[in-house]
Design a protein around this ligand. Structure first.
Ligand SMILES: [Zn+2]
Length: 430
């Protein structure tokens, strides 16, 4: 029996129709000698550090770096039912056709399952350029040999493992260093996420510099003859507003795409132009919602700006991690893997030694963090602590559960930094 493995249900439906596999099963279509089944994007994911050993459940600097010797993946909990369907069908297959999207990610979505299921039979590749019947028919008549697209899988694996090495090791490292410096939140680091955050932080700083002359710097503590007082200045109504000072989500996506203009090295610049910046069409929105959920970005209406935690994080991490040029260097390596000019192992060995080097360089360091003062509880006056919930980060009274007061980060940050609308700003003294 020939099993077609698609990337998503809609694709499976289209291909099944052309193949005449009209019988609907649970998670697949079948016809004479043919089964069409599908993934729902990635059905498996990389095992987290604690999957490589109980000891990694606790975060500790002396355990870093964590470098898996044998990489493992496991079915995602949310789509476990469809994974089971695919697993059973692959076990019965005499022949497999990879029918996922014709790109790196598509190659990986199929191959990581094939590998996890230990399928050893023949494999062919359906290379689809479009999903209309004529295109599908044409591609079905010209199946590619498996070996032709296999290097795409290696390049996708390279990216995914390097992301893991950076994300897992450096998030732990900087969170632990942050704790030593008195910062209690998680300092989460990621290959795309961190340069994206830096775009917002830089932009906010630029705006702050621009408006600060009359707007921030004017609030100065004056001391005269042992008497100190605060002088502040409030800009005229309507001279600035949030929209003019904050990015909107669409603009941030545009900045991610156009990041090449921030890179000076001409080869890296070209690479970033070729790959249309950092992130992909499919991942950019997720990267931004991840940053919102972690409380690094704050959203007010359609405007987005960086939180205090974001400034702390960007100032703490090594420059290379926040530099979009690093992504470009990686992309070049991934291209080489795709072209058979570099092996997956070589790339991972290089990434591992880079991460090891960063860990060694920073593990004894003390971060010089400008810690934002926590606001005081509006009900009892105790300091508040940042926590995260379903809709993102918020301030919660440190006396919880005795005191249940909470405050949105937005408001606290606004009153603290004067970074919100000047209309809401109360002069302290004049
Ligand atoms: Zn309280």
């Amino acid at each position: 029996m020939r099993v077609y493995l698609c990337e998503k249900p809609s694709q499976g439906k289209d291909i099944a129709r052309v193949l005449g596999a009209g019988q609907r099963g649970k998670g697949y279509y079948s016809g004479a000698g043919v089964i069409v089944t599908w993934c729902i994007g990635h059905l498996v994911e990389a095992v987290p550090p604690e999957g490589y050993g109980e000891q990694y459940k606790r975060w500790a600097i002396e355990q870093l770096p964590i470098l898996p010797q044998r990489w493992r993946v496991e079915p995602k909990a949310a789509t476990a039912a469809q994974f089971k369907v695919v697993q059973q069908l692959v076990a019965k297959a005499g022949e497999l056709v990879i029918a996922t999207d014709a790109d790196r990610e598509g190659e990986m979505i199929a191959r990581e399952i094939i590998e996890l299921c230990s399928y050893r039979g023949p494999i062919q590749r359906l290379w689809l350029s479009a999903l209309n019947d004529a295109s599908i028919r044409k591609a079905l008549g010209a199946l590619k040999p498996s070996a032709e697209t296999l290097p795409l899988y290696f390049s996708a694996l390279a990216r995914s493992r390097a992301d893991w090495l950076i994300g897992m090791n450096l998030s732990r490292l900087f969170t632990l260093l942050g704790r030593q410096a008195g910062y209690n939140g998680v300092l989460s680091v990621g290959r795309v996420q961190t340069p994206t955050l830096k775009l917002v932080v830089d932009r906010d700083r630029e705006i702050a510099r621009f408006v600060s002359v009359p707007f921030w710097a004017i609030e100065v503590a004056l001391s005269h003859a042992g008497q100190s007082f605060v002088a502040s200045w409030t800009p005229p109504q309507g001279s600035t507003d949030d929209a003019g000072r904050c990015l909107q989500q669409g603009e941030l996506v545009k900045a991610m795409k156009g990041v090449a203009k921030l890179v000076t090295d001409p080869r890296l610049k070209q690479k970033l132009k070729d790959t249309t910046g950092i992130g992909t069409e499919a991942t950019r929105a997720n990267i931004i919602s991840g940053l919102l959920a972690r409380g690094y970005l704050l959203k007010k209406g359609r405007a987005i700006r960086a939180s205090d935690a974001a400034f702390t994080l960007i100032d703490a991490v090594p420059e290379a991690i926040a530099d979009p040029g690093t992504t470009a260097v990686w992309e070049q390596a991934l291209d080489m893997i795709e072209a058979g000019q570099m092996t997956l192992d070589t790339f991972i060995v290089k990434q591992s030694s880079w991460v090891t080097q960063l860990v060694q360089q920073y593990r004894g360091a003390s971060l010089d963090l400008k810690l934002p003062p926590a606001p005081s509880c509006p009900q009892c006056g105790a300091p508040m602590r940042q926590r995260s919930g379903k809709s993102g980060a918020f301030w919660s009274c440190s006396r919880y559960p005795d005191c249940k007061a909470t405050q949105p980060i937005e408001e606290a940050a606004a009153s603290k930094r004067g970074a919100s609308s000047p209309r809401r700003r109360r002069p302290k003294a004049s």
